[in-house]
Design a protein around this ligand. Structure first.
Ligand SMILES: Nc1nc2c(ncn2[C@@H]2O[C@H](COP(=O)(O)OP(=O)(O)OP(=O)(O)O)[C@@H](O)[C@H]2O)c(=O)[nH]1
Ligand SMILES: [Mg+2]
Length: 320
């Protein structure tokens, strides 16, 4: 028996748990728990440790499916998985949620985080949620990834639909495993579908307004964040829990500085963040969009890359 392994990763809600459930012949092991942070706006549960499933490919081959938790605060699991469980995996499937404000930011983040792992393996980018938002399309992905120096396969899938997720498996092992009866496999997995029309109901993302957490609560539930300030389009403070007056002023000045820099130095293009990193102190960073701006104080040991990814999640999913 040949055993293959594949690791699924990607941002919160990108569909890792769903994709593994779609493909697995066994009841999947998942460790989803109720969330109380920026992920809750879209769904009730998030993976806190890992997902696991198995797919029998033929009489002589089997694919083990592993999924990381999406939230950065459970990142220790990524390391545990890479160094132990999946150190011998065939490849990494990076699920990219097409509804994210900037899917390419996510790609950069995960490629950076999994850089050592990818060097020796196949990377497949699987774009999900394109039924909810069609752009960017396949051509755009190919063009942008090429510009980023990433020459990799991009597949559009719906994680809820087994036949669609099977495209990843084909890409990964299709060349080497010639005995796989794909149509039968597809038929067998059809029962795993969680497409709304097939099962009658999907995993309901609808959550009562009262259950939603505010952006500040979400920020404070995020590892390493010690304070947050949220500003609206007019750059007036909507909410803040930054205790130090000095830091609060600094964050506001940094946001104004971004606006001023954009006006005075238009050749720089759009500036979305500005980070003030003091090795002895907390790191202060601001993330500026047209409609809102976010200032974060974070623990000095938390990497800038991680703070940026957390800010992306907060700005995307938390309501004002
Ligand atoms: N419309 C649509 N919904 C999808 C798609 N893929 C996944 N979903 C839904 O998105 C939601 C989140 O999927 P999960 O599989 O829990 O996401 P995850 O990546 O495991 O998230 P974490 O464990 O929190 O990191 C579920 O309600 C899925 O049914 C897709 O391509 N289209
Ligand atoms: Mg999950």
């Amino acid at each position: 028996m040949t055993d293959y392994k594949v690791l699924f990763t990607g941002s919160v809600c990108s569909g890792k748990t769903t994709a593994i459930r779609s493909l697995s012949d066994i009841e999947t092991v998942d460790t989803d728990a109720r969330v109380s942070d920026s992920a809750i706006r879209r769904k009730r549960k998030t993976t806190i440790a890992m997902d696991y499933g198995v797919l029998d490919l033929s009489d002589s081959a089997r694919l083990h499916l592993y999924g990381t938790p999406g939230q950065e605060r459970f990142k220790f699991m990524w390391e545990v998985m890479m160094s132990d469980l999946v150190h011998d995996a065939e490849g990494l499937v990076l699920l990219v949620d097409n509804t994210r404000n900037d899917p390419f930011k996510d790609i950069r983040f995960y490629v950076e985080e999994f850089r050592d792992f990818i060097v020796r393996r196949r990377l497949i980018i699987a774009v999900t949620h394109s039924d909810e938002k069609a752009d960017p399309d396949h051509d755009y992905y190919m063009q942008e990834l090429k510009a980023m120096g990433l020459f990799t396969t991009v597949i559009f899938i719906d994680a809820r639909d087994p036949s669609s997720v099977l495209k990843i498996v084909k890409e990964l092992v299709g060349q080497r495993e010639k005995d796989i009866a794909w149509p039968e496999l597809e038929q067998r997995l059809a029962v795993n579908s969680t497409m709304p029309q097939a099962s009658g109901e999907g995993d309901s993302p609808a959550i009562g307004v009262n259950e939603e957490v505010t952006l500040l609560e979400a920020a404070m539930n995020t590892r390493g964040i010690t304070g947050a300030i949220h500003l609206g389009a007019d750059r007036k403070v909507l909410s803040s829990n930054v205790s130090s007056k000095q830091n609060k002023e600094l964050l506001r000045s940094m946001i104004n500085l971004v606006t001023a820099l954009e006006a005075k130095a238009s050749f720089l293009g759009h500036i979305d963040d500005l980070v003030l990193y003091g090795p002895q102190q907390e790191t202060l960073s601001v993330f500026v969009e047209e409609e809102q701006a976010l200032g974060l104080c974070s623990h000095k040991d938390l990497s800038i890359n991680v703070v940026k990814q957390q800010a992306v999640d907060l700005l995307q999913w938390s309501r004002r």
